[in-house]
Every structure is written in C-alpha cells, then in structure tokens.
Write a new protein. Sequence first.
Lengths: 398, 398
Amino acid sequence: MPNETITAPEGFRANGVAAGIKTSGRLDVGLLVADAPTDAAAVFTQNRFCGAPIVVGRQHMKGGRLRAIVVNSGCSNVATGARGLADARATCRQVADALGAPVRQVLPASTGVIGEFLPMDKLGVGIDAALGSLSPSAAAGRRFARAILTTDLKIKQACRRVRLGRATVTIAGCCKGSGMIAPRMATMLGYLTTDAHLARGILNRLLREAVETSFNRVTIDECQSTSDMVVLMASGRSGRADTQKRLASFASALREVCESLAYQIAADGEGATRVLEVVVGGARTHGEAHAAARAIAVSPLVKTAVHGGDPNWGRIIQALGQTQVRYAPDHVTVRLGGIVLFRRGAPARNLDRAALGRLMRKKHVTISADLGAGTACDRVLTCDFSREYVTINADYHT
Amino acid sequence: MPNETITAPEGFRANGVAAGIKTSGRLDVGLLVADAPTDAAAVFTQNRFCGAPIVVGRQHMKGGRLRAIVVNSGCSNVATGARGLADARATCRQVADALGAPVRQVLPASTGVIGEFLPMDKLGVGIDAALGSLSPSAAAGRRFARAILTTDLKIKQACRRVRLGRATVTIAGCCKGSGMIAPRMATMLGYLTTDAHLARGILNRLLREAVETSFNRVTIDECQSTSDMVVLMASGRSGRADTQKRLASFASALREVCESLAYQIAADGEGATRVLEVVVGGARTHGEAHAAARAIAVSPLVKTAVHGGDPNWGRIIQALGQTQVRYAPDHVTVRLGGIVLFRRGAPARNLDRAALGRLMRKKHVTISADLGAGTACDRVLTCDFSREYVTINADYHT
C-alpha cells in the first residue's frame, strides 16, 4: 500500500512520541520536518485570546518559509502571558538548532488545556526523541497524525495524487478536530504537505480558497478555538504547477484533501454518531445562504433531533426564522434527503414516515432548505448532538 | 395565604383544563378572563416563522384592549398556513361569543409541537369546560399557570403588591419556558395581570422596559421560539399610577415580577441543574457588555463545564475571544463568585481550589468578566448544560 500520510509527498519526514504531557500516556509531541526549507502558507484562528504559539507562528510565517512544524497536545499554551511566549520561542529554537535552520523557519503549535504552562522539560525530551528518529515512512506520518489529537477518537488523514504535465505530485494532510470547532478561518490544527512547486503568492491563495470551502464549512459546537491553524508546506521536489491548467488540477486536489479532512472532523465531532450536512439553496446571496445553513447547523434543537432520528422540520424552520436572511416564509421548501417535509408555509402531506426514519438513521443525514428567494447556495457540515458531548465536556477538567 | 397567582389582582378569573391535546393527559387549555375589557400591552417573538396565534395576536393587539387570553399547550399551530390562521381566529371567536366580547379582545396562544393542526374538537370542548368554571381563586390561577407548560418541570409564578398613594395594587404573572429560549423580544409565554390603572401608552413602555431587563436577559439554548409573547393586562380596578413617583413604584414592582419569572425560566431550563449568571463589566458600551455576556452564556463548553462543576476559565476567555467586542486581552479579569481566576493575560496563582469547587457546586453560579475597557455592564442568565437536555430534545418526537 502506498504511503498516504503527511510524509507521502517527497521531501518530508515526521515523527510522534509520547512525552508524558498527556496524562493518558498517548502520543503528544509531533514533529514534521522538510529536508530543505519549503515555501509555506498558513491561516490562523481569529480568536482574540489566541495562544502563544499562534502569536509566534504569525511572526514566523512572515518569512513564508518553513523547515519544521512542532506540535504538542495535552497543553495549549494559551493565556500564559510572557512566559508562554518565551516557551513557544524556546521550543522553536530547540528544533531549529537541531536542524541547523533559522528559528523563524519553525512553526510551533500546542493544543489541549488552556491556562497551563508547557511542561518544558517533558516537551524538550520529547522533541529530542522525535528528532532522533524522524522518518519518511507511513508509520511515522501516522504517529505525527496521532500526536496532534486531543479528544479525537480517530486520526484524520487524506492524500491525493495529481498529474502536472509529466510529473505526479502528491498532496497529503492530517488534522485534529473534535471540539471547539467553528468556522472563522482556521478552526483546528491542520497540516498539509505537497511536493509540488508553486509560487508563494499562489500557495497562499490556494490554501485560503481550499480552507474556505472545507474547514470553514464545519461547525461542531460553534466555539472558535484559541489555538488553531492550517499550514501548507510545499517542498517543490516534484512537478511545477506553473500553467493555468496545472494550477487548476492542483487546486482541485488540494480542495479534495481539505474537504476530506473537514468531513472527518465532522464525523469525529465530540459525541458524534452521524454527520449532518445542511444545504441551503435559493438564497439572495452566498453570504445569506451561508448564514441560513449555519443557523440550522448550529441549532442544538436540530442537532438533538438528528441524534434522536426525528425528522423534526419544525426546528429547522425555527432556526431559519431566527436569521436576518431575506426570504418569504411561504416560499421556503425543506427537504430531508430527497423527501419534502415542508412547502409553501405548510407541512407536506402523506409523508412516508418509514422512509424518513431510514434516512434519519443513516451515518450521513442531509437537510436542505430552498429559500425561494434567489440562486445562491452554500453548505455546512456538522454532527449530531449527543449526551456523549456533554459527558466529554463536563468531565474534561482543567 | 394570600392569592399570589395570576388572579391575585382584582378583576381577573382563570382556569386550566385537560382537553386531551397533550397525550400525557395533563392540563393543556388555559383561560384568563377579565371581568371587563382591560388596557393591555404585548410583545411578540421576532422569529419570522412565527405561528398563527402570533399573527392573529398582533392584529388583535392593535386595539390595545383585551378581555381574555386563551392558551393551549401540546400543539403550537406554527407552520400551518391558512388553516392554522382560521383555527386561531375560530378559537378567539368561541371565547368572545361566550363572553359577549368583540373577537379582537381575545388573544390566542399555542405552544408545543410545530407543524400540526390544532385538534379543534378537543380544544373547543376544553374551552367550553374552562369557561364553565372560571374562578378568581388561587387554585384557578395555578391551573392556568400549569396549563401553559410544555417541558417545564415547575409552574412559574410571581406576585408583588405595591402602595400607590392610599391604594395597594397587585401585579402578578406566570410564564412557561424551558426550551427554545433566546432573548430577542419575548421568548416564552408570559402573562401578567395588574389591577392598577395606567394610561395605555405608559403600559406599553413599562412592559417593554421590564421585558428588556428580565426575559430578554435569559437564554437557554439560544433558539428563538416561533410562538412566544409577553402580555400585560391592567384591569384598573385598584390604584392609579398617575404620578411620577407612583409610576416609578409600579415600574419597579413590574420589573421584579418579570425578573422573578425570568429567573424561574433559567432555573427550570431543559435539563438544568443550576443557574449560571454571567456578569460583564468594564465594557465600552452596554451593547458590548451584553454581547460579551451573551457569548459566555451561550457557549456549550462553558455550560458543560458549569455542569461538571469545573472552574474552566479557559473556556470563558475562549468565548470572549470569539466576539467583536472591544477590549485588550491583557486587561481582562475573570472571576468565579468573588475569586479571581484570570488577570492580566495569565491565570491567577495559588487558587483555592476547594473554595472554587464549593462555588461551582452551588445552585447559582456567577461568572463575571471585567473587560477593563470602559464602564458599561450587563448580565445574562442561563443554566448549565446536561445530558438531560439532550435526552429531552432527542426524545421529544414530532
């Protein structure tokens, strides 16, 4: 089986080790290293209480070149003041010194509990251990993918290969999601590698576009994290995306990787038992389509109904009614899968309740609303809302 | 014990009967009747998919005079098109004819499942039964308060008496809350009676002001109902609030009644085990204080932490960081009760965790944040977020 992990593209090695930062003893330090400096692009959380690694990461990304990404889970280094900033910088320096790279070519990231200082001794040992056995193997890629997780149940990876002229380039990624997920720029940790060569400005644009239709279309609990980012590193070791056609092929594959990862985040949302896809069409503008889809996707009443397997369209129109989006209630149609639930201001007659029940119990439930007001559409992914979400978050102690 | 129900003020009778609209067999039709036409004021939900009773109620309130309010629970008559409107009007007509009153002096209300037609036969029988034994007794007032409930566990009532010159006037109210509660104007069914005499314009203004600081400061799940309203009827049978001083006394008592009812809604929120009061001070504007308090109060991460008894201030600053409110993160102080958790960008040192644990396990938990940016403040009431909320809403089938 070919390597389909973050190390699949040429020029990358990775590792993940258990440094004891997580009390569970699971992997908690991940290192992703390029053989040589790469062109890189990143988007960061817009939360204003962002963590020290975000502050440092933004500074380092000004150079636009990255050699390594160092991630720890178990402690987010958020709200840790000057000491937190110093810790994030020291972590980068340790990696940079070992690689003989400038410190600004190392991007730090931390995820986990807010408001605690990084256990620098454990982290330092973990980084040394990870540096000692970096590998381009699939096993190493998977270890990295596992080391960045918090309450996720599964590792999240995606890989696509695409022909650019005579060369085949690879795009791979992994991410962590699970809780505190809301789309306002980057909303989790997401790492992407490719061996394609692209001009740096284009790399930036393509990343932003891909994030917009993928990670920025997922909400788990509408809580915007303080730590999150999506980063793309391009080693340039394989084909060049230097024509419009090649760029389009590359962009499409990058979007597929991001959309696959985003879907995996929704499917592994805290407590999730199924994915809910909300599609809104017939809106006046794309922004209004998004606002309407988002209103439905964030409603705890809709999400608990989906959990209970109940085609409760009343809660869908309640959520729509709460928005400022322009439409006439009498023109709205609400569907579950292909079945109309509500049309022209009234419930559909003679519903096939058995068929609805079957649709609601699937692993993927699609609710669609046509606002009958225009031609714009958008979609948002989320998951159902279960007791398990409460259990996870009521028992996850600081 | 004096009557402290909705019939406590002079000039009102009430009743509540079980008409079989709720399958549970509980009281589901409530009738509140004034002995003579009263001056009245009302605020209605701003949800655009509002129910037929809201549409009819808005029309009837244009007259500003009410003789009766007829409420059913178990079926909300929302999204029921022309037939729903006809049903709401027919219900008013039945009551009006029995009382010899104009139909526009009857206000209808329905709460419960969305998208089903009212069972007019059962409702008609229930209204006749309720009309047959209207009473000014406390028992009748309690029956009315019970008949308007849906998933509420407790009836919610409040009563204040206030001296206006030589007269004593009474203000009483009851409401239903529980789920689909978010503050954008009225957000539940709330009924208020008084025997004071006030000019109608003043009645309107005082109701709006009282709702603003009470019902509009409660959120359970940030879902804005399609059915809700607050109505105040003034029989004028007792003292006149006709001087500035008397008006102020009356306004203050009215606000107390509304705030007591709002608090009861938070305490009986779906699945609630404790009330969470979020106070934000030091904001640039009142609107920003409200936005910040609201952001904390709606966060499922904060609410599950409160449920778990965990002073997780990281989630509080995460919620603050997500807003557009103006402040410098380094100037923010977060307290639980009187204990500082977070100050000047860093966690407080030497926290008394035992004291914090005791505060978190109380029935009323207060989180306060000082933004250090101005002088405006506001507060929002909500409840914790439990598995029981999910159970209630996943199992409440359409």
